[in-house]
Design a protein around this ligand. Structure first.
Ligand code: PEP
Length: 250
């Protein structure tokens, strides 16, 4: 029912020469058994899409909520789609922190992305202080309520649970903690959109996913794949994570 997805977030990394990593990935996974997505900087979307063909999907890392207009430096969902993107990451914690993006901002961007025909990957997750205070579940439930627009096409929505304290740190929650949050996200979606629709939304885990821990994380119930930062920059590491997802329980 849900096609597994492994998404690489290159963040503000990557020049033309980095496309060699994509060539190596395509050579290793010409017809992957799961969906493979790379979200490079916007400057590489067009070239990456041309280079990756059908083996790898390409996504943006953010979009503006408006389709066009006087917003210097911003990029619209339609522009991403026009450049060759099929997905867009929204509400990443780095954007929530660096650009003060609120749940309402993320919700508007997600609606705009879906209007443009993109799959919206909405990022959620508690800070370390919030987890230490026992508030992780409440924070994530609030972000699901605030960041997911009404009337979604469940096939065009992906939620990525990314505890802020796990991003780029080498630390991860326990498998039980991941399972607890993913079950909560599924339940929140079901309460709002119904069980059938909720069962079609893919739920990713993100935060220090590496070749060494990917298989264990992919065996957690309700984990449909991963959003990967640092380990997506090197073809060898990302390839090992793709292979782990290909071998994960259905
Ligand atoms: C991310 O920033 O989305 C991420 C998951 O980063 P990393 O894998 O490097 O922790």
């Amino acid at each position: 029912m849900r096609r597994k997805l492994v998404a690489g977030n290159w963040k503000m990394n990557g020049l033309g020469a980095s496309l060699a990593e994509v060539d190596a990935l395509v050579a290793a996974h010409p017809a992957p058994a799961c969906e493979v997505l790379i979200c490079p900087p916007a400057t590489l979307i067009h070239r990456l899409a041309a280079r990756a063909g059908s083996a790898i999907s390409v996504g943006g890392q953010d979009c503006h909520a408006a389709a066009s207009g006087a917003h210097t430096g911003d990029i619209s969902a339609l522009m991403l789609q026009d450049a060759g993107a099929s997905h867009v990451i929204l509400g990443h914690s780095e954007r929530r922190a660096d650009h003060h993006e609120t749940d309402a901002d993320v919700r508007a961007k997600a609606a705009s992305a879906m209007d443009a025909g993109l799959v919206a990957i909405v990022c959620l997750g508690e800070t370390g202080a919030e987890r230490d205070a026992g508030r992780a579940l409440a924070v994530v439930a609030g972000q699901v309520a605030g960041s997911v627009p009404e009337g979604v096409n469940p096939g065009a929505l992906v939620l990525a649970y990314e505890p802020v304290w796990a991003i780029g740190t080498g630390r991860t929650p326990t498998l039980a903690e991941i399972a607890e949050v993913h079950a909560l996200m599924r339940a929140e979606l079901a309460a709002r959109f119904g069980a059938d629709a909720a069962a079609r939304v893919r739920l990713l885990y993100g935060g220090s996913v590496k070749p060494g821990n990917a298989a264990a994380i992919f065996a957690v119930p309700d984990v449909d794949g991963a959003l990967v930062g640092g380990a997506s920059l090197k073809a060898a590491d990302f390839s090992a994570i793709i292979a782990a997802l290909e071998g994960a329980p259905a």
